[in-house]
Design a binder for this molecule. Structure first.
Ligand code: S5P
Length: 575
């Protein structure tokens, strides 16, 4: 026992067979191992306290060690070895990196975990949990969890054949953001296996932190899946430090560097020409009878140079959730209400009531009301607007159960939009459930709009992409808009966009520029997609239709057609 009554075993601890383990026999090795790590970590803290008085001969743990020192210590404990090794893949490698041994060196374990956490923090992400890729990274994740008071999840390697059959242990809810921890990343496949299990539980993974990136393609493979890799060390850094310290000769360094360079399975490392050739091959494969697997590979190659958002939208098509389930997850009352309405009314149709007279607008809304989940207004195009219009609109919203979205597209600084939203002629914040804003002016706009609605339950939609030709809302602008939404998710509930932009099921994606028959625009830059393209292929959530209904001979029949087409496309995601 330690001096504070805790179990204190030094220097060796082990999970399943340790005398310290008092856990029931049916628990898995991972869980037992974690128990041992916790005790080890606690002992390290105790030991650290003691060592403020008694200086240890070798590894002083009272002060933080530099990365160079960490590399040398990893070499000393045989975590990095040079020679001839056969890897799991069958490849002969001149370097072998095995971090499993660090559990025998608690001081190094804790230092590695500190560096991992620093690297993850630098990425700027916010995490609700941490999960280690089994098994080597489990103790590292445990150290991060205990030192940062961050809940941990454990991904099982295989489902239990009794009890819950869950692949992920711990308490979590769908939509939680989890940091994945790994010791070494080569191709990224092990990380993706863990990510896959977490995603199946609705857990969001955007960041992975690793001690060593072997620089053999894992980073770009993860990036293709929307996961940012943060690494503490690279093989080249290790080689440089060990060479300078005289631990390894220059011939070995050259051999290892060549091995790393020759063994990249990194499609991002392909030349631009090769990617273009792959794109051409993909196009040809569309018409030829190429196997589906090949076609998919070609598509992946073809988009290798595109934006991560495009890649993610194309690659993660399988991950869809039902409106009902998303409604349950949503913490914002407006997104919750909208998903509920979509589920109950079997409609993902938003009606854009772009007419210029109040009576006409109200008459149309009353007629199409049963078919829609949302009415989108442009109150400033109504030539005879009076506050009565919005009073009547609210009555219709109650009668037919839809939300009201004023498409005001704010774009100014926070202080100005605050007045524009709550004041002026239209007093939008007093009647609209949702309002939208451009992200161009920075997130002050979100704060200004939020202040204007005095904590009432209004929601903001950010314009991340547009439907009009030549628009500038793309690439980095779109990505920054998504990040802005994530950082302000107490008020931002979704996006105007052309495709699904994030896996977070709480964000709602709304797409304008919809007609059943496409091909021509409106002569003023508008571009149209069909409900099927938008909901099924691009995985957006809501279709916004204006003239497709307004200019139809029978607007009610047209609204019904759009409702059916949009909902059918949604249903097809689950068949
Ligand atoms: O990118 C956009 C964003 C919006 S909100 N493209 C759009 O067309 N909109 C709006 O959607 C636009 O202001 C209009 O009210 C509606 C599309 O109308 P439609 O008649 O072309 O269907």
């Amino acid at each position: 026992m330690s001096d504070n009554g805790m179990l204190y075993f030094q220097p060796w601890l082990c999970g399943p067979s340790s005398a310290a383990s008092t856990r029931p026999a049916d628990q898995s090795d991972e869980v037992k191992m974690l128990g041992a790590v916790l005790i080890s970590h606690t002992s390290t803290a105790l030991q650290r306290r003691r060592e403020r008085c008694v200086k240890m001969a070798d590894y002083s743990v009272a002060t933080r060690i530099s990365l160079e020192e960490l590399i040398l210590r990893l070499y000393d404990i045989d975590a990095v070895k040079f020679g001839e090794f056969t890897l799991k893949s069958g490849t002969e490698s001149p370097i072998y990196i095995d971090l499993r041994v660090i559990v025998s060196y608690p001081e190094i374990l804790v230092r590695v975990a500190e560096y991992l956490w620093d690297a993850a923090k630098q990425g700027g992400g916010k995490f609700m949990s941490v999960c280690g890729v089994p098994y080597t990274a489990l103790p590292l994740a445990t150290c991060i969890s205990t030192s940062q008071n961050l809940p941990m999840l454990v991904r099982r390697k295989e489902a239990k054949d009794y009890g819950t059959k869950k692949m992920v242990e711990g308490h979590y809810k769908a939509g939680d953001i989890c940091l994945v921890v790994e010791d070494v990343v080569t191709s990224g496949s092990s990380v993706l296996e863990t990510v896959e299990s977490l995603k199946q539980e609705g857990i969001v993974v955007r960041d992975c932190v690793v001690l060593l990136d072997r620089e053999q393609g894992g980073r770009s493979k993860l990036e293709m899946q929307g996961i940012k890799l943060h690494s503490v060390l690279t093989v080249n850094q290790i080689l440089d430090v060990l060479e300078t310290a005289g631990k390894v000769d220059s011939e070995t360094v050259a051999k290892v560097k060549k091995f790393v360079a020759d063994n990249r399975f990194d499609i991002m490392a392909m030349s631009h020409a090769a990617a273009a050739a792959a794109a051409a091959a993909a196009a040809a494969a569309n018409t030829a009878s190429a196997a589906n697997g090949n076609k998919r590979k070609m598509e992946e190659l073809a988009i290798a140079n595109g934006s991560p958002i495009e890649k993610q939208a194309k690659l993660n098509k399988a991950e869809v959730m039902k409106y009902r389930d998303r409604a349950q997850l949503c913490s914002h009352p407006m997104s919750k209400a909208l998903f509920q309405l979509m589920d109950e009314k079997k409609s993902n149709l938003a009606f854009s009531v772009d007419v210029t007279e109040c009576a006409k607008a109200l008459e149309l809304i009353d007629k199409v009301g049963p078919h829609i989940c949302l009415v989108k207004t442009h109150v400033d195009i109504l030539s005879d607007y009076t506050p009565d219009f919005t009073k009547e609109l609210q009555k219709l919203a109650e009668k037919h159960r839809f939300l009201v979205f004023e498409d005001r597209k704010f774009a100014d600084i926070g202080n100005t939009v605050k007045h524009q939203f709550s004041g002026g002629l239209y007093k939008i914040s007093s009647w609209a459930d949702l309002v939208n804003a451009h992200s161009v002016s920075g997130d002050g706009i979100i704060k200004g709009l939020k202040e204007a609605c005095n904590e009432s339950n209004k929601g903001c939609i950010l314009i991340a992409e547009m439907s009009s030709s030549g628009n500038l809302a793309k690439g980095e602008y779109t990505e920054a808009t998504v990040r802005m939404a994530e950082e302000n998710d107490d008020f931002v509930v979704g996006f105007i966009c052309q495709r699904r932009l994030t896996d977070n099921p709480e964000f709602i994606h709304m797409t304008p520029g919809i007609q059943l028959k496409t091909g021509s625009g409106d002569g003023l830059g508008q571009q149209y997609l069909t409900p099927e393209q938008v909901i099924k292929e691009n995985q957006s959530d809501v279709i916004i239709v204006g003239r497709g209904i307004l200019q139809a001979e029978d607007p009610v029949a047209a609204a019904q057609q759009y409702q059916e087409a949009g909902y059918k496309a949604y249903k097809s995601l689950f068949t």
